[in-house]
Design a protein around this ligand. Structure first.
Ligand SMILES: Cc1cc2nc3c(=O)[nH]c(=O)nc-3n(C[C@H](O)[C@H](O)[C@H](O)COP(=O)(O)O)c2cc1C
Length: 366
């Protein structure tokens, strides 16, 4: 019997992956300590348990105080955080795993409670009318402050610094979080970016910050270790609204990414049903595969069968699993041996403590 496509090896621009099963980035909010640093008996243990993944992408990690938008998320801009992440990468590598960190700025999805009452930063002063997960629970988002050019330049610098810190912490690469309605995605869409300067107006201008972030990060690490994430047909969640220029903007971005030799582009299929949405593309992998010459990771709603199929059909190279990885640390071995998956418990996604974090069963590992 030939091997399942998901279980075949893959060369990720120089990094050898033993299989094509990727752990998707997932915020777990377990860094409830004063420095928001990862810890040996929490994050390190959690990721090491999942080291048989072809590639782990860490939870979103804020690159500055301004970038934070959720409680207890481990950052990548303070010395204690770098030390904490070192424990994570060491433990994952000890188990022969590979791990990228997701570099994150939430922009207008943040809340004044994280910034001593100051407004969060965004491309334009437009409230996403969503909810932010603050230390006092979910609160309505506010109208953010439009970033000055100096604040944009500082943010690009913060991404670069986050990447430099990530290298020091021993990560195998970084994923730029340019997805899911957070800061960089807010720049891409005309409904969240109404700027009239060099960062707004045309498609090229709205995409510009992403390329400046990549170019800045390239100064501190090889581009072959840089990946990024996009969610082109996001409409509704995280305050994002599509319009007629949304898909052309993502098409422009993906085409231009061919000028780089990146680790990968990580795409999400639509998070909601967009079949009635005239502006959306409903089959993201199919649409973007012909446009991008490098490695494509596809995510959202995949099970084992669909994952094998999308690779077999040539529409993606790797498949990222989110929720299944929360409750199945040995997801790869379960796929290998055909062992039934354990269900996840949404109530413990973001709460402190080891319950729902370190107590899911490992069933298929020898
Ligand atoms: C608890 C939880 C936390 C998440 N946090 C992040 C995150 O930090 N960064 C990100 O890009 N996506 C995040 N996501 C989205 C997942 O990466 C993924 O896109 C989503 O769960 C769909 O994939 P799935 O159907 O395999 O779960 C999160 C999802 C969940 C369930």
């Amino acid at each position: 019997m030939s091997k399942q496509p998901l279980l075949t090896d893959y060369n990720l621009n120089g990094l050898k992956l033993p299989n094509r099963v990727v752990m998707a980035p997932m915020t777990r909010s377990r860094a409830d300590n004063p420095e928001n640093a990862p810890r040996e008996d929490f994050e390190a243990e959690y990721y090491a348990l999942r080291a048989s993944a072809g590639l782990i992408i860490s939870e979103g990690s804020p690159i500055s105080d301004e970038a934070i938008g959720y409680v207890n998320v481990p950052g990548i801009y303070k010395p204690a955080q770098i030390e904490g992440w070192k424990k994570v990468t060491e433990k994952v590598h000890e188990k022969n795993g590979r791990i990228f960190i997701q570099l994150w700025h939430v922009g207008r999805m943040s809340h004044p409670d994280f910034h001593n009452g100051e407004k969060p930063l965004a491309p334009s002063a437009i409230n996403p009318n969503a909810q932010s997960y603050t230390p006092e629970g979910f609160k309505d988002t506010v109208t953010p402050k439009e970033m000055t050019i100096a604040e944009i330049k500082q943010t690009i610098e913060d991404f670069k610094n986050g990447a430099k810190n990530a290298m020091e912490a021993g990560f195998d690469g970084v994923e730029i979080h340019s997805s899911n309605g957070y800061l960089l995605h807010q720049f891409f869409n005309g409904t969240s970016n109404t700027r009239t300067d060099e960062y707004g107006g045309s498609i090229e201008n709205r995409a510009k910050i992403l390329f400046e972030v990549i170019d800045a990060i390239k100064q501190v690490m090889p581009e072959q270790k840089i990946g990024l994430r996009l969610n082109p047909s996001l409409d509704g969640p995280f305050g994002m609204t599509m319009d007629k220029e949304t898909i052309p903007t993502f098409d422009y971005i993906v085409n231009k990414l061919n000028e780089y030799d990146l680790a990968y582009v990580h795409l999400s299929e639509p998070f909601t049903d967009v079949s009635d949405n005239e502006f959306a593309v409903s089959e993201i992998a199919k649409h973007y595969r012909p446009l991008y010459k490098g490695t494509l990771i596809i995510n959202a709603g995949f099970d084992q069968e669909k994952g094998n199929k999308v690779i077999e059909e040539g529409n993606a190279d790797l498949v990222a699993y989110g929720k299944p990885y929360i409750s199945n640390p040995d997801l790869v071995e379960r796929f290998e041996k055909g062992v039934e998956l354990t269900d996840w418990d949404e109530d413990t996604f973001y709460v402190p403590g080891k319950k729902g974090y370190l107590d899911y069963p490992v069933k298929a590992r020898d």
